[in-house]
Design a protein around this ligand. Structure first.
Ligand code: K1U
Ligand code: ZN
Length: 166
């Protein structure tokens, strides 16, 4: 397995709309394994292929406390959503920024696993939040796009300051 390089905002590749994966083969399984290793190494709870420069519809996620319950979502689709949840969000591609984002509280979700089998699940709370964040990545959307103009301006200033000091 290998650690992958995570793209940072404002890399234009983060704005790509990822393509559907037609064949789930050894190449996809290797990318998925490397993504899980990278996600754990960065203390993330999710990682989308777009963030490692791969424009294909795949993300990995582990919202468990023991970090042993990784999930693979290939060609994910959010089927329905309900409720609202305002929660602090971070992003491995915008490492200096954390802010509250309003998302659906519950989502019904469909994806394929590494064997190509389709599964559906209903997610709530942090898992639902993470699924929406990762599907956004696959559509070229970052959580900072979902903030008010004022909050986004403040975050840009914070990012510039912390990158000047780095
Ligand atoms: O996709 C990513 O950039 C990963 C991101 C996912 C995410 C975090 C919080 C809410 C929704 C989606 C992260 O994992 S950033 C790390 C982080 O903020 C976090 C880590 C452990 C628990 C909770 C948040
Ligand atoms: Zn992110």
């Amino acid at each position: 397995m290998a650690l992958l390089t995570i793209l940072h905002y404002p890399d234009p590749r983060l704005r790509n709309k990822a393509k559907v994966i037609a064949t789930i083969d050894a190449r996809i399984r290797k990318i998925a394994a490397d993504m899980v290793e990278t996600m754990y190494a960065m203390n993330g709870i999710g990682l989308a292929a777009t963030q490692v420069g791969i424009s294909e519809r795949l993300f990995v996620m582990d919202v468990s406390e023991n970090h042993k319950e990784e999930m693979y979502a290939i060609n994910p689709e959010i089927l329905s959503q309900e409720g609202e949840r305002l929660e602090v969000e971070g992003c491995l591609s915008v490492p200096e920024a954390y802010d509250k984002v309003k998302r659906a509280l519950k989502v019904r979700f469909r994806a394929q696993n590494l064997d190509g089998d389709t599964y559906e699940l209903e997610a709530e709370g942090l898992m639902a939040h993470c699924i929406q964040h990762e599907v956004d990545h696959l559509n070229g959307i970052l959580f900072i796009d979902r903030l008010s103009d004022l909050k986004r301006e403040r975050l840009f200033k914070k990012i510039q300051k912390s990158r000047r000091q780095a």
